[in-house]
Design a protein around this ligand. Structure first.
Ligand code: G6D
Length: 346
């Protein structure tokens, strides 16, 4: 048996359950039924020290509020929706504004803050978690009864496949992602500014002062956003650039070129990871604001001690720009696939 289930808390009289998957080689992943939150991805460093490479709270109850979306499935939509305003089939919908002027990450009761139904299946070299939920018509003011499944295929050879599927009985919006904060140094020892990143992207989406897309693209050439060659994340993160100022670091949607590959490497631990996705962009977020809640290290992490790769369609900005990328028609199926592969440089 490679997995174990433990009841770790409760929310509205429902059990919060942790599903822990551990292989003989030490690769270990833990996922909660609350928000589909990933609380552990444990991999070896160059000296075979097994350490957690994601940020996680010390106290499970902190996932009930989860203000920073640690490890969580995000939906119905990701990022901000400008002024919470959308028009579908000529009907205007006012989404709940939980992010100041805007809606953020699916609203107050998004996919990150609910208990999902979980089925688990063990095969030879893989354990599959199948999470399901029904997002009812007009939940968070989105149209349509939306049946959602998120499958985590966790493979012994340090690979996690995340496959999101959704179908609705009305035309609606879906743009899901995962909000795990990675830190390859292990146990949040070093800032992610010490890691190196490469991603094949020629443009980012320009953000306005309230961090929503203006609809314009910015060529990354000669800007802090150029990661086409492997680059130290900390090299340009505090550069004097309007978009760095607006995001207080990186908090931007990078439009991915054809190979849709993202590569992160930590030279001290010699851990690395690749992310492959079928999505058109990835929001890279370098944890630019202080977090108050303590993690498994016994203290609150400092800024820039985690990096999120939120693979997704373009977030919906001014004048509902990019909304067409999130429309799910009632006779179609939404499919989002993102694969994480972890390794150690020999
Ligand atoms: C901040 O702007 C960022 C978001 O991108 C991030 O998802 C959130 O913190 C956790 O609002």
């Amino acid at each position: 048996m490679k997995y174990k289930k433990s009841i770790v808390g409760s929310l509205n009289n429902e059990e919060i359950v942790a599903y822990n998957i551990k292989f003989k080689n030490g690769f270990e992943v833990e996922i909660l039924n609350l928000g589909g939150v990933i609380t552990k991805i444990i991999t070896p460093d160059k000296d075979n020290n097994l350490e957690n490479i994601v940020l996680a709270y010390e106290y499970i109850n902190d996932y009930i509020e989860n203000p920073y979306y640690y490890g969580a499935i995000i939906g119905r939509t990701s990022g901000r929706i400008n002024e919470g305003k959308i028009i579908i089939d000529e009907n205007e919908y006012e989404l709940n504004k939980n992010y100041g002027l805007h809606q953020g990450h699916g609203g107050d009761k998004g996919f990150s803050h609910r208990i999902w139904k979980v089925e688990i299946e063990e095969n030879d070299n893989c354990v599959t978690l199948n999470l399901n939920t029904l997002s009812k018509d007009m939940e968070e003011n989105y149209p349509g009864n939306l049946n959602v499944s998120v499958i985590f295929n966790i493979y012994e050879d340090y690979k996690i496949e995340e496959i999101y599927r959704a179908k609705s009985d009305k035309n609606t919006l879906v743009n899901m992602t995962n909000h795990t904060y990675f830190n390859l140094s292990g146990n949040i020892k070093e800032p992610v500014t010490d890691s190196y990143l490469q991603l094949d992207s020629d443009y980012i989406l320009e953000l306005n002062e309230t961090c929503v897309p203006t609809g314009e693209k910015i060529d990354v050439t000669k800007t802090p956003f150029d990661f086409r060659k492997l680059k130290l994340i900390g090299r340009d993160i505090d550069e004097n650039h309007e978009q760095i100022r607006i995001g207080n670091g990186y908090d931007h949607a990078f439009l991915l070129n054809n190979d849709k590959n993202i590569y992160l490497e930590d030279k001290k631990s010699k851990r690395n990871m690749t992310i492959e996705t079928n999505q058109d962009c990835v929001v890279v977020y370098t944890m630019n604001w202080e977090h108050e809640k303590i993690t498994y290290t016994g203290e609150a992490p400092h800024i820039r001690h985690g990096i999120c790769f939120e693979t997704q369609a373009q977030p919906i900005g001014e004048n509902m720009c990019f909304m067409e990328n999130s429309i799910l028609n009632k006779d179609k199926e939404y499919i989002q696939k993102t694969v994480y592969k972890f390794s150690t440089i020999k």
